[in-house]
Write a protein that binds this ligand. Structure first.
Ligand SMILES: [Cu+2]
Length: 367
């Protein structure tokens, strides 16, 4: 079906609404925990872009010392588990290592139902709030005066050690629209204290594939490589774990008035791609001629205007050819690429200040 952008009238509005379709597919259950972990923004301990040790500019962000936390921070991240006992983490394969800080990919096909069995193992209340899909008030994961009470509030803030099961339906309006390809991306994130929770790291990707176009795991059949990438300045100054991080990772000789120290503030602004800075992300690898779908998103505040740029290859976004995409906080963009240029290529934010701060990574196209 190609309704095009010029469509009007009843047929057009029917396409906007989508035929319902919810409940005609299967139920996909994901076991996800909010876990407190020690995260390293630079696990390779060097600048992967220059191939050299960190210079003075990079040290602003990655070096620990008196009143400087460095590259390691306690964070709260969504992590996948094999079942409701939450004993065993799902294993991330080597080609999914690039996902880094992101939560597990939630995949579904239009018509399915998504069930997220959620456990909060973090020291503050958290939730799971989805974009895009159909949810009731007991599965929205956001506290505000919405006229509900009691049971319908249990999803808003899950206390430490508690659980909640979120149920989301996937009607046609949650899947690809008239101008989309075979799949679309939504994000999910904690929305109990939205700002603090997402700076803690509680964010993940969700993918919805058009009915009939999905493999058994929910991914689209016509795509052979997918990459989910978050460009975000993680403001660790606003993380609920800031005090923990200061006491664990900064040298004890804290300068006075740390909260007014501009350089301290800057040192905690991690200009990251999936939680990595200065080319420390595990390589995103594809083959020449692959049907590659990039799902690129951003979160944060007014510094989070990002312009991810691929060297070497181009993509089609909204039907137009591009090698740079525009992101603002909360934006999600799908970019399709058939790489023809073999090599190891930069993929970086084009905002000058963000380049200095290490918002750069690489991808590799194999012959
Ligand atoms: Cu940027």
């Amino acid at each position: 079906m190609n309704m095009g952008h010029a469509a009007t009238g009843a047929r057009y509005w029917k396409a906007v609404a989508g035929t319902n379709g919810a409940g005609t597919g299967i139920t996909r259950t994901y076991f996800i925990s909010a876990d407190e972990v020690v995260w390293d923004y630079t696990p390779t301990h060097h600048n992967g872009i220059t191939g050299e040790p960190f210079d003075a500019t990079a040290d602003t962000y990655v070096r620990s010392g008196p009143g400087r936390i460095g590259s390691r921070y306690a964070k709260c991240l969504y992590r996948g588990y094999t079942d409701g006992s939450f004993d065993q983490r799902t294993v991330r394969s080597a080609d999914e290592a690039y996902l880094g800080m992101l939560g597990p990919i939630i995949r579904a096909e239009v018509g399915d139902t998504i069930k997220v069995v959620f456990r909060n193992a973090c020291p503050f209340p958290t939730s799971v709030h989805p974009h895009g899909v159909f949810y009731g008030k007991g599965s929205e994961g956001a506290p505000y005066d919405d006229g509900t009470g009691n049971k319908l509030k249990l999803d808003d803030a899950v206390a430490h050690g508690r659980r909640h099961t979120y149920v989301w339906k996937v009607p046609e309006r949650a899947g690809p629209g008239p101008g989309d390809g075979s799949s679309v991306m939504w994000m999910y994130h904690s929305h109990t204290d939205e700002v603090a929770d997402t700076y803690a790291g509680l964010i993940g990707p969700m993918e919805i594939t058009r009915k009939g176009d999905a493999r058994p795991d929910g991914s689209p059949k016509d795509v052979n490589k997918e990459f989910f990438v978050l460009y975000a300045v993680m403001n660790e100054n606003e993380s609920p774990l800031l005090k923990t991080n200061l006491s664990r990772f900064a040298s004890r000789l804290l300068p006075p008035h740390l909260d007014e120290d501009e350089e301290f503030g800057e040192s905690n602004l991690m200009h990251s791609i999936n939680g990595y800075v200065f080319g420390n992300q595990p390589m995103m690898t594809m083959k020449k001629g692959d049907h590659v779908r990039w799902y690129v998103m951003s979160m944060g505040t007014e510094v989070d205007l990002h312009t991810p740029h691929w060297h070497g290859n181009d993509a089609v976004v909204n039907g137009m050819r591009m090698d740079v995409v525009s992101l603002l906080p909360g934006t999600m963009v799908v970019a399709d690429m058939v790489p023809d240029d073999v090599g190891t290529w930069l993929f970086h934010c084009h905002v000058n200040d963000h380049i200095h701060a290490g918002m750069l990574t690489r991808y590799r196209v194999l012959p």
